[in-house]
Structure formats: C-alpha cells, structure tokens
Design a protein around this ligand. Structure first.
Ligand code: DND
Ligand code: ATP
Ligand code: GLN
Length: 557
C-alpha cells in the first residue's frame, strides 16, 4: 500500500522524439528521467506516444515495431527500480487483435499501470481511428498515492473523458499530447484545457512534444493550469525543455505552485520559427548533410534560403543562380547580394546550353509550331535537372520554394521548379512570404544559425514578382494581385466558402470563378509535390484532401 503524498513534483518533459526510433526515444527518456531525478521530481510526464514518436501512422500496424516499443517500455520500467521518479510515458500497445494509443505508468521496477486514449481524432491531419481502437472508460492511475487522471490529447477536447475521470476520483489531470502547430493554436489549447479545468475543478498539466515530423511541426508550449483556471506555468515554444511543476494537497483539493511562464511568440514569429524547425528536423532526421536550392533573385528563393540558413547554418546551404537570357541584371545582383548576406556558397551556372540542347533535340518534331509555355518550361526543367544533379553528386537535398498561392493555382512547373525533397514555404501565401521576409530582416528566432540583421536585400522584397521565363514577364500577367488572390484562396481553401460567399466579400465574380478553376485543376500537381511545413489551419497534403478526378462544379448564380 503506497503512502499518500501531500505534494507531488511533476517533471514535464517537452522533448523531440524521432518517429520510429524506439532505441533513440528510450535514450531520450532515460536522459530526461536522470534530469528529473536531479530536480527531485516524483514523476516525469512525457508527450503522447513518446516511445514511438508522434505520429507513427501505419508503422504501428507492424508487430515488430510494437514489439520494439514494448521492449523499450520494459527496459525503462526496470530503470525505475532505482527509486527515482515514476514515469508516465505514451506508447502504442497491442492487446490481442486490438491496438491502443496508451500511457504506461512505470514505477518500482515494473509497469505499474496503464491507461488508453478514448477519443481518437480523425479529422484534419489526424487519422487515429484508422490504426487505433478506442480505450474503455478511463480510470485514474495511482501515482505514489495520488489518483491521477491521464486523458490523452484529444480526450480533453470534449468533456466526456475528464468528467469520467473526475467521477472515478481523479485528483489531478496529467495530459500527454501530440498537438501540431498551426496559427492561433495556443488560444485553442488554453480554451479547451480551461474548459476541462472549469468543469472538473482539477489542476491540469499539459505536455506537448516539439520538433518536425514530415509536414507537421510540434511547438511544445506545454503549460499548467491551476484548479481555478489560472496559468501556473508555461514552457517555451519550439524548444526542448524540462521543468518541474509542484502540486500540493490542500483542504480544497490539489493546487499548483506558480512557476515560470514563458512568453508566447507573436503569430508571424511563430510561423517563421515553425518553418525553420520543420526544415531542420526534416533534414536532420533524414540525415542529409546539406541542402541546395536555386536562388533566382526573387523573394521566394531568398526567404527559403534564409529559413535554410537559420535551420542548418550557412555552411550547409548551397545556393545556385541558374541564369538564362530572360534573367535581368538586377536578378543576378540581388541573388549575389542575398547569398553574400547569408554567407552561403554561391555558384552561377548559366543554363543556355542545356535549354538550347533540349530545343535542338525537339526541333524536328516542333518544326513550324509557335513557341509557347513548352519552351518556358524547358528553362524550369533545365534548372530542376541541374539542381537534382548537384543533389546526386554532393548528397544535399533540393529545396523547392513554391509558396501556397502558387501551389494553389498550379503556378509552377512539374519536374521543373517543383523538383525537390521539401518545401519550407509550402503553406505560406505570397502575402505571408512578403511579411515574413520583412520580419526576418529585423528579427530571427532563438537558436537560428543565420546572421543577425537584414539578410534579404530590400529590392528583392519591393520589386514585382516574376518567373523570368519570357521577356518582361510578371506574375500579375497571369494572376490577380496577390492581396486579392490570397483572400480568395483563403476563402476557398481554409474556409471552404462557396463562390457566392466569396463574391459577397467584395471580390469580382469572374476573378473568383477563375481562381476556383485554377485551384481545382491544379490538384494533380499538388499530389506530385514535395511535402512542406504546415503552419495554417488547413494545409495541402494531410489536411485538405481533394480528389484529382472531380466532376463537381461550384457555380455562381
Ligand atoms: N489532370 C492531370 N493529371 C495528370 N497530369 C496532368 C493533368 N493535367 C495536365 N497534366 C500534365 O501536366 C502538364 C502541364 O503541367 P506543366 O508541365 O507543369 O506546365 P504548365 O502548368 O502548363 O506550365 C507551368 C506554369 O507555371 C508557371 N510558373 C510560374 C512561376 C515559376 C515557374 C517556374 O517554372 O520557375 C513556372 C508558368 O508560367 C506556367 O504558367 C501537361 O502537359 C500534362 O502532361
Ligand atoms: N534564374 C534562376 N536561378 C536559380 N533558380 C531559379 C531561377 N529562376 C527560377 N529559379 C528557381 O525556381 C523557383 C521558382 O521561381 P519563382 O519565380 O516562382 O520564384 P522566385 O524567383 O524565388 O520569386 P518571385 O516569384 O517573387 O520572383 C525559384 O524560387 C528558384 O528556386
Ligand atoms: N494527438 C491528438 O489527439 C491531437 C488532437 C488535438 N485536437 C490537437 O491538435 O491538439
């Protein structure tokens, strides 16, 4: 029989796991537990599915993987025979033909308890019902004599599981999460956590992982709310951190001591930091030595280069200017100036021979035909091929740089500028690319490897965007002004508004219809596009999943 404690020191482990790396995640957990022991913690709380990394997706369907996770759990359980902190750690658990998103309590050298996630999210980027079974009515776990409710992430987004835990005698809520970043998410999380605290009158400690996992970036920003709903502690966003939160038993129930409350980042700073962390972790976790990108003197590639340098350091970023006869002198100057400010390796490799070689090969079959977008695309494809050759030879991954406005309307060339392994700007509309470029010139995130100060020459931000694929071309020859385009796209993509709703917001009907058509017919391109960091409420890829073959036409009256 355990003796009831009158206080409980809870270490919150806001860490960066690697999906699938059970051995590495076990090592991370052990190191964090050693740190928690030094902080005299009674229990250490890890994020959701920590031993697997969130989100392991279909990997959990592989029995050899769940066996490896179980082995890591048992090793960690044996460690707890040392009398140090108990452990609450998330993991997938196979029980017969069922598979649960579970949390194990490890203490006294053994698995001392387990709880299973009830409410499996199955919307937006989440597909948990696809792989997991829903757990039974949850029961509190006995953590050193304290009845602790452990609802898992989505379990606090509706009232049910917390109400059941409270009814079953929970005195405190410890919540492991795998909650990806999207703009404004802090407000959403504090609202739902606050609602559960208000309903249950129980203090709540929320731990989230950090780091990039393919398209998703987890921002941490773990926090604790006292039983009266007040904020007792917050860990920094986008950084690993371990902090101890002290809970005390009082006559009125459990209460939290107020600890350090880290400031939240403003929205644009948070978006930029997410792009940096998402790219860094994609490159590091997939073990690329470096990245390579085409630097055109335009704003997209300049911002992508800045994000890459902040993520990896200048010595791991290779920028290549690939001029052709439509490349303006200004573009050459601007690209060189940007590379110089960022301190990256910069090469100029003219593409005329490659383009003319392709044209010569095609000449017999193109004889008598007008020049059109075909020839424009050859320039883009020559660039894409050259960048892929640099990748093959030196091992760096190619960055593709299309922003969300271009990705939406298909303003990009398949097997040309769409070549690449990862796109740090994929979920930023062009108007956001402009904002973040101004922002980066006056601010950089903590831990960024790039230089301080203005790294994007001002002319790159102020000149009219152009693909430079023919004489005097600008984006606005083919597209509405970006403020208009982005607002229409936001209505279509993020808000799923009808064409009439968007026209009612003050847009020209013909323009709205044109943009909707471009968005619809570019689905095939997006399906072949590289992944990129999600920062919005709805990204292309995991979130917005439209059919390519699609006979639906949304029409205006
Ligand atoms: N439903 C479908 N499913 C599968 N494939 C489909 C398809 N519809 C067309 N296709 C294929 O796609 C091809 C057309 O796509 P694609 O070859 O990309 O060519 P396309 O989209 O016609 O041209 C590229 C566009 O990107 C613009 N742009 C803007 C900025 C920068 C750059 C740059 O390159 O630097 C380019 C450029 O001005 C041009 O408007 C068709 O020839 C066909 O093979
Ligand atoms: N002359 C070039 N040299 C190197 N890369 C290029 C060149 N032209 C285009 N690219 C590559 O193709 C991508 C797509 O071109 P795009 O014109 O859409 O973007 P940008 O030039 O960076 O920005 P903007 O559209 O504002 O001019 C660029 O970001 C760049 O990576
Ligand atoms: N892993 C989860 O259950 C996450 C779902 C939750 N609504 C969130 O994004 O925070």
């Amino acid at each position: 029989m355990t003796v009831a404690h009158d206080n409980l020191r809870i270490a919150v482990a806001q860490l960066n796991p690697v999906v699938g790396d059970t051995g590495g995640n076990l090592s991370r957990a052990r190191e964090a537990r050693r740190e928690a022991a030094l902080l005299q913690a009674d229990v250490i709380l890890f994020p959701e599915l920590f031993l697997a990394g969130y989100s392991p997706e279909d990997l959990v369907l592989r029995p050899s993987f769940t066996d490896a996770v179980a082995k890591a759990r048992d090793e960690l359980a044996r460690d707890t025979a040392d009398g140090g902190p108990a452990v609450l750690i998330g993991l997938p658990v196979r029980e017969g033909d069922r598979l649960y998103n579970a949390v194990a309590l490890l203490d006294g050298g053994q698995v001392a308890g387990q709880t299973r996630k009830v409410d499996l999210p199955n919307y937006g980027v989440f597909d948990e019902k696809r792989v997991f079974d829903s757990g039974p009515v949850p029961q509190p776990l006995d953590v050193r004599g304290v009845r602790v409710g452990v609802p898992v992430c989505e379990d606090i987004w509706k009232p049910g599981p917390v109400a059941e835990l409270k009814a079953a005698g929970a005195e405190l809520l410890l919540v492991p999460n795998g909650s990806p970043y999207r703009r404004g998410v802090d407000d959403e999380r504090t609202a739902v956590a606050g609602a559960r605290v208000a309903e249950s009158a129980l203090p709540l400690v929320y731990v989230n992982q950090i780091g990039g996992q393919d398209e998703l970036v987890f921002d941490g920003a773990s926090f604790a709310l006292d039983a009266d709903g007040s904020l007792a502690a917050r860990l920094p966003a986008f950084k690993e951190a371990i902090a101890v939160i002290e809970a005390r038993r009082t006559d009125a129930g459990w209460r939290l001591e107020t600890g350090t409350v880290a400031a939240l980042l403003p929205a644009d700073e948070a978006d930029y930091t997410a792009c940096v962390l998402g790219l860094r972790d994609y490159v590091e976790k997939n073990r690329f030595p470096s990245v390579v990108l085409g630097l055109s003197g335009g704003i997209d590639s300049a911002l992508a280069a800045a994000v890459a340098v902040d993520a990896l350091g200048a010595e791991r970023v290779h920028c290549v200017m690939l001029p052709y006869r439509f490349t303006a002198g200004e573009s050459l100057e601007d690209a060189a100036a940007c590379a110089q400010k960022l301190g990256v390796r910069y090469d100029v490799l003219p593409i005329a021979q490659a383009v003319e070689g392709l044209e010569a090969t095609l000449a017999p079959v193109f004889a008598g035909l007008y020049r059109d977008v075909t020839e424009e695309n050859l320039q883009s494809r020559a660039r894409g091929t050259i960048l892929m050759a640099l990748s093959n030879k030196f091992g760096g991954m190619v960055l593709t740089t299309g922003n969300k406005s271009e990705v939406s309307v298909g303003y990009a060339t398949l097997y040309g500028d769409m070549n690449g392994g990862f796109n740090p700007l994929k979920d930023l509309y062009k108007t956001e690319v402009f904002r973040l470029s101004w922002l980066r010139n006056r601010w950089k995130p903590d831990g960024a490897h790039g230089p301080d100060g203005a790294v994007i020459p001002e002319r790159i931000i102020t000149k009219p965007p152009t693909a430079e694929l023919r004489e005097n071309q600008t984006d606005q020859d083919s597209l509405p002004p970006y403020e208009v385009l982005d607002d229409i796209l936001h209505g279509l993509v993020e808000l799923e508004l009808s064409l009439s709703d968007i026209v009612a917001r003050g847009h020209d009907a013909e323009t709205v219809a044109k943009v909707e058509r471009l968005l619809r017919i570019a689905e095939y391109k997006r399906r072949q596009a590289a992944p990129g960091v999600k920062v919005s409420s709805r990204n292309f890829g995991r979130d917005r999943r439209y059919p390519i073959t699609n006979g639906f036409r949304d029409t205006l009256p």
